[in-house]
Design a protein around this ligand. Structure first.
Ligand code: BGC
Length: 361
């Protein structure tokens, strides 16, 4: 995603008559129609969930689906989508490997009157992308920030707590949204002195983790701890995702945190990676953010069903993601804070993961 004006709000659009297409009922309007689903790579563990749920929900409505994986190669993915268009699909759901390399195929879809929506990652520099099924990226960061504020009880506490910040990959535009969302919550507490950042490393430019690599987060935390924490303890680390959180926790444990008299600080995360769920259960990582792929897939199914039937979706809560040439309306999944108190309900009782995952790896 490029820049990035982001607005939120509520819009009422022309009512999509197929909104009533409750999942599980085949709509006459779906019969004989096919949706092309282009996912970027089978290597991403999550993409199998994307495939599973998109297929399930579209088939429940009566669509046929054609799912293809782009093998982590933008050119392969673009030619797969082109073939779908040529084979006569009625609608497209595209999760691009590289958002900037889908411009011409999306135009081709438009010329053939095939609606196309972006899924999970945005399609850039195209005015022909109809909608976007997305996560609320700033809200993910805000959820992490609020968790820290609430769990240090900053609003009812006179003490000063030490915070460090480990953000995401500067080359991933999502990372900026996460950082901005979190800092909007945390900045006032830094400014009024409730939170102190002993390293002084606050800006995104100095807190990023290239490639989201856990080992880089760990090394940076090692340096921060040995330079700025010889006589103090860290109380919270804002970590943008689960991978960097685990790197930070390894660093903290290597200097003694996690012992009875030296508890680990609050650490945030995002993604509900299995390794992090295990860490939460073990009392190490404090929280992560749950982004329910089932909701993302349901939103995409709803929107493409409307569009294929010539209707506009009704989207009550939306976020605008500018793709370089267009403000794309995104139907967003609200993130949920997940910790030791609700992981069982959100992940296992809901069927999102089977409990077996805890025995794997
Ligand atoms: C995704 C995060 C993920 C990160 C690293 C971001 O673009 O939104 O969910 O943790 O990439 O893979």
């Amino acid at each position: 995603m490029k820049k990035e004006m982001m607005r939120k709000g509520t819009v009422m659009m022309a009512v999509c008559l197929t909104a009533a297409a409750a999942f599980g009922t085949m709509t006459a309007s779906a019969e004989g129609k096919k949706i092309g689903i282009s996912l970027s790579s089978k290597e991403l563990a999550r993409s199998l969930k994307d495939e599973e749920y998109l297929t399930e929900y579209l088939e429940e409505l009566g669509y046929e689906v054609d799912v293809q994986f782009g093998q982590g190669d933008a050119n392969i993915q673009a030619s797969q989508v082109e073939n779908m268009i040529m084979s006569g699909v009625d609608g497209l759901i595209i999760s691009p490997w590289d958002g900037s390399s889908m411009t011409s195929v999306v135009q081709l879809a438009h010329e053939n009157n095939i609606p196309a929506i972006a899924y999970d990652a945005n399609i850039l520099n195209s005015e022909y992308i109809d909608y976007y099924s997305a996560d609320d990226l700033e809200e993910i960061g805000a959820t992490q920030g609020r968790y820290i504020v609430e769990h240090l009880d900053l609003d009812n506490n006179e003490d000063t707590f030490n915070l460090e910040i480990v953000a995401g990959d500067p080359a991933d535009s999502n990372a900026t949204y996460f950082y901005n969302g979190a800092m909007e919550v945390l900045k006032p507490y830094i400014e009024d002195g409730s939170l102190n950042v002993p390293s002084g490393q606050i800006e995104f430019s100095v807190t990023g983790t290239p490639g989201w690599e856990a080992s880089k987060a760990q090394t940076r935390m090692d340096n921060i701890l040995s330079t700025y924490y010889t006589d103090k303890r860290v109380d919270a680390v804002l970590c943008s995702n689960d991978g960097v959180a685990l790197g930070v926790i390894s660093s903290l444990k290597s200097v003694g945190y996690g012992a009875e008299d030296m508890p680990l600080p609050i650490t945030t995360g995002q993604d509900c990676d299995v390794a992090s769920i295990k860490s939460i259960i073990a009392g190490e990582q404090t929280m992560t953010v749950f982004k329910d792929i089932r909701e993302l897939a349901k939103n995409a199914t709803y929107m493409i069903d409307c569009l294929v039937n010539g209707e506009e979706p009704v989207i009550e809560d939306y976020v605008i993601y500018n793709n370089g040439v267009k403000d794309v309306i995104a139907m967003v999944v609200e993130p949920k804070a997940l910790d030791i108190n609700n992981y069982q309900e959100l992940l296992f009782d809901s069927g999102y993961y089977s409990e077996d995952v805890l025995d794997m790896e």
